[in-house]
Design a protein around this ligand. Structure first.
Ligand SMILES: *[C@@H]1O[C@H](CO)[C@@H](O)[C@H](O)[C@H]1NC(C)=O
Ligand SMILES: *[C@@H]1O[C@H](CO)[C@@H](O)[C@H](O)[C@H]1NC(C)=O
Ligand SMILES: *[C@@H]1O[C@H](CO)[C@@H](O)[C@H](O)[C@H]1NC(C)=O
Ligand SMILES: *[C@@H]1O[C@H](CO)[C@@H](O)[C@H](O)[C@H]1NC(C)=O
Ligand SMILES: *[C@@H]1O[C@H](CO)[C@@H](O)[C@H](O)[C@H]1NC(C)=O
Ligand SMILES: *[C@@H]1O[C@H](CO)[C@@H](O)[C@H](O)[C@H]1NC(C)=O
Ligand SMILES: *[C@@H]1O[C@H](CO)[C@@H](O)[C@H](O)[C@H]1NC(C)=O
Ligand SMILES: *[C@@H]1O[C@H](CO)[C@@H](O)[C@H](O)[C@H]1NC(C)=O
Length: 623
């Protein structure tokens, strides 16, 4: 048997004829044999004497040291305010479902208008959590910070991460905050998921991170986490979205406090502007439009195709950047835009608004941090890399999920040819706009959980890629390829998680090589994680002993080091998804967390993977 040992060449810049650049190594099965002891004669049984020995861990986690100084990345808001969009400021309070009904709205952005939005959304079985104000963080008892015994089989390497490597954890507003109708926030599509989709759990209270953010940050600091990647809820900042509509003071203050508390605890904040939680206000009362799902089969409607998207999103982004640019090293405009992109016009709205915010940050605010967006995970890898049709199908797949944004943004190139041939109503990009887009991302941020092995559509289905591409109702449209979880040697690509994901660290390294060689921009691994199979069915002690998640993190991180040291990749950071179990778009059972959350008490408990994750870094980061 052979296995893939090296990397796919870039689809974008290298002609097809030289694409199959895989190296194969012959696997002699050495890993299964033991070298150095072939003595079949066991020692003579004997009695050396016995005493109980202490084998339990007594080490505790290493808390993060407070920053010696707070780095700054732009002037403070007081100096930048004249460069921010001019908006008024207001507050709205909390929505009470049983409260007085609003029947007429005179002021477009007044309290009645605000209430009427909740009234119209009317989330089914609305409830609140147990907290209604920010909880002061108690110190973490030492007993909670005792490390588990080391894994029996640990990582084999001793490589160091480069100086300055960012290691952190990630989460997103709509999945953890709860408090969905508090302190001026208006509804988002996510808030209505439980009303719209049978069997979905609601996100109304979620992890109550809106009120428990200090508790959560204190716990990250106690574990030694250096970076916290979170998202800001647009609906908390601009409840009405519209250009010129008021800024919600309570929402802005919340994130200002959150950023300051991170810094106070020695943690650097990384901010995402939109993570699947587009405010319903963007749809200007057209709930049919808001509920429209994608022609690309994606799961949320980000509304990026709407005529009002670019200007409203850019206003929101500018206001937030102007306020927080001094303290935030990394800005992520969009999370995995493909999943919220409903059509070709939405692709354009995403790229255009991203580029406008990039230029604003660097050219107007003179920000010295980084701006990028989180590219979604699916990176195609050919099932059989020696078969040109498989390579071609992978390139096609990557064109659709990655290249459609990344070619304009990183390379200043038009959308991929395959995309233009398939999605004929794309918004054309002219040369001057491509110049404006070119290089508007400082890092290639990738959310990469697993691998996708790709081959062409199976001819026995009677559909070839070309026919599928021309047929919008074909179930494979628009990428028109076939995925496989089974490698050529007949084995699943890796240990399966609860969801669609697999632990496949060697394959994800190939995907990283693809991105690095194609876009030639430093990479940052902005999300990776693993929902342990059936974890939600276990008791708390068993949930906390999450060896499959530890194995996932340690093996992926070993491959990240291999990518740096063997493949020459400039990798700047890694962020685990997630620091706690959360609302995974309709379910609390899809556990991705390195902490368990009791949803009755909101008590958090560290899992062993959290210790294994931070210890791996602490052992490999130059002090
Ligand atoms: C094999 O083990 C036996 C018993 O421990 C020992 O006497 C012998 O020297 C060993 N032989 C070798 C080749 O190591
Ligand atoms: C709302 O609550 C009712 C009564 O408990 C329950 O039957 C129904 O399934 C709930 N609906 C949703 C969407 O949770
Ligand atoms: C509402 O949105 C739907 C779906 O996009 C669209 O067909 C319809 O024309 C819109 N209605 C109004 C009044 O704009
Ligand atoms: C940004 O830099 C430009 C060019 O040096 C300068 O003219 C401008 O005043 C600076 N703006 C800010 C907000 O520092
Ligand atoms: C290449 O892949 C295609 C599609 O899976 C298959 O039909 C063809 O036989 C393969 N060619 C070779 C040489 O393996
Ligand atoms: C290029 O496209 C942009 C955006 O649509 C437009 O504003 C501009 O006028 C166009 N430039 C040329 C030279 O066509
Ligand atoms: C397009 O795909 C649909 C769904 O598979 C199929 O019913 C239809 O026949 C296809 N049309 C053409 C022209 O192939
Ligand atoms: C949550 O905590 C409560 C109170 O301590 C306890 O009774 C319950 O069993 C816990 N739930 C889970 C799922 O552990």
């Amino acid at each position: 048997m052979t296995r893939i040992a090296a990397t796919i060449a870039a689809c974008v810049t290298i002609p097809l004829a030289v694409q199959a650049q895989y190296k194969y190594v012959s696997d002699d099965g050495a890993s299964a044999s033991c070298v150095g002891n072939n003595n079949a004669t066991a020692p003579t049984p004997h009695f050396p004497g016995f005493a109980y020995t202490q084998t339990q861990a007594v080490q505790t986690a290493t808390p993060v040291a407070p920053l010696a100084f707070t780095p700054t990345y732009a002037a403070p808001y007081s100096s930048l305010s004249s460069l921010a969009p001019k908006v008024s400021t207001t507050t709205y309070g909390n929505w009470q479902p049983g409260g007085p009904q609003v029947t007429s709205v005179s002021e477009p952005y007044g309290p009645a208008a605000w209430t009427s939005m909740w009234q119209a959304a009317n989330p089914v079985n609305f409830t609140r959590g147990i907290y209604s104000t920010t909880v002061a963080p108690p110190p973490i008892p030492t007993a909670e910070l005792i490390r588990p015994d080391p894994l029996y089989f640990g990582p084999k390497d001793c490589r160091q991460f480069p100086k300055g490597f960012m290691f952190g954890v990630s989460g997103s507003a709509g999945q953890i905050e709860g408090a969905i109708a508090d302190e001026g926030k208006t509804p988002t599509g996510l808030d209505l998921a439980a009303s719209q989709v049978p069997g979905f759990s609601d996100n109304y209270a979620a992890d109550e991170n809106y009120y428990l953010y200090k508790v959560d940050i204190e716990r990250l600091a106690a574990m030694g986490v250096k970076y916290y990647s979170f998202s800001i809820s647009w609906a908390r900042i601009f409840p009405f979205v519209d250009v010129g509509s008021p800024l919600n003071e309570a929402g802005l203050k919340h994130y200002d406090d959150l950023i300051n508390f991170c810094l106070e605890k020695g943690i650097q904040p990384v901010v995402t502007l939109l993570h699947a939680d587009t405010p319903l206000a963007l749809f200007q009362g057209n709930m049919t439009d808001a509920a429209t799902r994608s022609e690309f089969n994606t799961y949320t409607n980000g509304g990026m195709y709407r005529d009002n998207f670019i200007e409203t999103f850019v206003q929101y982004g500018k206001v937030v950047m102007a306020h927080f640019a001094d303290r935030v090293p990394i800005w992520l405009t969009f999370n995995e835009p493909w999943y919220a992109t409903t059509n070709a016009k939405a692709v354009y709205g995403t790229i255009r608004s991203h580029a406008e915010l990039y230029h604003y940050y660097h050219d107007v605010l003179n920000g010295t941090g980084s701006v990028t967006y989180k590219s979604g995970g699916p990176i195609g890898i050919p099932l059989d890399p020696t078969n040109a049709t498989h390579v071609d199908a992978s390139c096609r797949y990557n064109d659709f999920y990655t290249g459609v944004y990344a070619n304009p943004i990183y390379l200043g190139q038009d959308y991929p040819k395959t995309y233009k041939e398939t999605v004929k109503d794309y918004v054309p990009l002219n040369q001057s706009e491509l110049e404006y887009f070119k290089g508007t991302a400082d890092l290639f941020a990738i959310d990469l959980y697993t691998a996708n092995l790709i081959q062409p559509l199976d001819p026995s289905t009677g559909r070839l890629t070309a026919q599928c591409a021309a047929n919008k109702t074909d179930p494979g449209w628009p990428n028109c390829v076939t995925f496989s979880d089974i490698t050529e040697n007949g084995w699943q690509i890796g240990y399966r998680s609860n969801a669609y994901s697999f632990s496949a660290p060697r394959l994800t390294r190939i995907a990283m090589n693809y991105l690095w060689n194609t876009y030639k921009t430093p990479l940052v691994y902005t999300e990776f994680g693993f929902p342990v199979f059936a974890e939600a069915e276990k008791d708390l002690d068993a949930q906390r002993y999450d060896t499959p998640r530890s194995n996932y993190y340690l093996s992926v991180m070993s491959e990240l080091l291999a990518a740096i040291w063997e493949d020459g990749i400039d990798l700047r950071g890694a962020f685990a998804w997630s620091f706690l179990d959360n609302w995974e778009f309709g379910s609390y059972e899809e556990h991705y967390g390195m902490q368990a959350v009791n949803r009755t008490t909101q008590v958090r408990s560290f899992k062993r993977s959290f210790f294994d994750y931070v210890e791996f870094f602490h052992a490999r980061v130059p002090q």
